[in-house]
Design a protein around this ligand. Structure first.
Ligand SMILES: Cc1ncc(COP(=O)(O)O)c(C=O)c1O
Length: 476
């Protein structure tokens, strides 16, 4: 690794060459063979445009819109576009945040702070809701009431039964990340309205594609601000709006609902701090890049991209259904294909798919769900999708030939027993010490067998092991 602070500055060309070399070790962000983390529309010239737009505003600070009205103008335009797409009306307002997690934390904060008299605020979510709600609850000291799903979807009656006088917010997904299914939003919204409780729709993942899928004829429930009882909704522009990372939108049905989201502090000797979102200083780069992306693709462009995605989902789902050894675990109704195993070791299969250039996301068994493989499908997959079925068949055959993972003997473990030393020796023993993450079946099998608290401790320890300053073999 090179030195981030060399004694003397290094020429730009050399630095860019170093960056390219580092990036060569990453998964491919383009090419339609990575089914998680990245969203690729495969549109010529869009990357260059977004990069140039980012550069125009990278040093602009969102801290003070009176100093940098350009950012305020772009933010207001992005919020207006999201509101138009997601059933907003004349009263709708919103904020631009750095991502889905921030949008959800702020939705929970706004709901919590709107009820100052509730001493132990609670949040009702279905068990399929994104982990970011748990993070929001943890950061904000809000209790979580997690309601089991029925057929992968939120169960409105069970959610109603979980409401208490301390409930400040109910939330559901459109769609859920893990399985890609849309919760029955109108039913839950009606319950929330009846109780006078805020209802947030987490459309972070699918909010920019669901409206287009519906326009293309997909049979999906209404899920947006037009549904009576929905008080806020979040949509990530760095997902299906195909903007570079760092932009999400949180919409509220009215300014009054948004008000408690703000943080203000005048009681110190410096400038009065007024923040609508968590960060104070914020780069204008991602906002300008998102603005350029939306304007470049346009409504018709998004419709076409959704069409490509929809076709790709059908082809992928058909491939899963036609392959002996795997099955669809969830209906492929949006932009996710989720498959479970039917006789092959799923984690070996994920490695075999990766060995063939198909990078998927294994999901651990949880609360009655078996382990599964998640595929986030984006428009770029359209170009490669026909070669998935033979790849899947070959990967299944190879996984069968290898047989299931045989775990090495492991000491009985608890979350409390996890120490940095134990993590280091486990990582070495499992071959992760050298940074090769291509053979993950054994690791995933161990994690899958671990209860959630132990899995959290193991992975936290491992991330902490990875995140160490690089002191040795510095070159300039
Ligand atoms: C439904 C849903 N909500 C929230 C998030 C969190 O978004 P981010 O990773 O941008 O913080 C995600 C991310 O995948 C998601 O799928």
């Amino acid at each position: 690794m090179t030195d981030a602070l060399p004694e003397k500055g290094v020429p730009g060309e050399q630095i860019l060459a170093e960056l390219r070399e580092l990036r060569a070790g990453d998964l491919p962000t383009h090419g339609g063979r990575l089914f998680a983390y990245v969203y690729d529309p495969a549109l010529d010239g869009l990357d260059d445009l977004a990069r140039a737009a980012h550069a125009t505003s990278a040093h602009v600070n969102g801290l003070d819109p009176t100093a940098f009205p350009s950012l305020l103008a772009m933010e207001n335009a992005l919020v207006a576009a999201a509101a138009r797409l997601l059933g907003g009306g004349p009263a709708t307002v919103g904020s631009v945040t750095s991502g889905g997690t921030e949008s959800l934390i702020l939705a929970v904060k706004a709901a919590r702070d709107a009820c100052p008299d509730v001493r132990s605020p609670r949040l009702v979510i279905p068990s399929s809701a994104h982990a970011a709600f748990a993070k929001a609850a943890h950061y904000l000291r809000v209790e979580l009431d997690v309601v089991p799903v029925r057929d992968l979807r939120a169960d409105p009656r069970a959610m109603a039964a979980a409401i208490t006088p301390d409930t400040v917010l109910i939330a559901a997904s459109a769609p859920s990340y893990a399985h890609g299914v849309v919760d029955p939003i109108p039913e839950i919204a009606a319950i929330a309205a009846e109780h006078g409780i805020r209802f947030h729709v987490d459309a972070c993942f699918g909010g920019w594609i669901l409206p287009y899928l519906r326009r293309l004829g997909a049979d999906l429930p209404h899920f947006d601000l037009a549904v009576p009882g929905v008080t806020s909704i979040s949509v990530d522009l760095h997902k299906y709006a195909y903007a570079p990372k760092g932009v999400s939108i949180l919409l509220h049905a009215s300014e009054e609902l948004r008000r408690p989201q703000y943080f203000a502090h005048a009681d110190w000797p410096g400038y009065t701090m007024i923040n609508p979102v968590i960060s104070s200083t914020r780069s204008g780069g991602p906002i300008a890049a998102a603005y350029a992306t939306l304007r470049s693709i346009g409504d018709a462009g998004y419709l076409a991209l959704a069409g490509k995605t929809r076709e790709s989902v059908s082809v992928l789902a058909a491939a899963v259904e036609a392959t002996d050894g795997v099955r669809l675990y969830a209906p492929a109704e949006t932009s996710v294909v989720c498959l479970a195993s039917d006789g092959v070791d799923l984690f070996v299969l994920a490695d075999e798919l990766a060995a063939r250039g198909w990078h998927t996301q294994p999901q651990m068994a949880h609360a009655g769900h078996p382990p599964s493989i998640h595929l986030t499908v984006t428009a770029a997959v359209h170009a490669t999708v026909e070669s998935f079925a033979p790849g899947l068949a070959a990967a299944v055959a190879a996984a069968r030939a290898r047989g299931p993972v045989q775990l090495p003997p492991l000491p009985p473990l608890t979350a409390e027993a996890v120490t940095p030393q134990l993590i280091a020796s486990l990582a070495d023993g499992l071959g992760l010490g050298a940074g090769d993450f291509t053979q993950m079946a054994t690791v995933n099998t161990i994690l899958n067998a671990a209860p959630p608290a132990l899995r959290e401790a193991l992975l936290t320890g491992f991330l902490s092991l990875l995140q160490r300053p690089t002191h040795g073999d510095v070159m300039t």
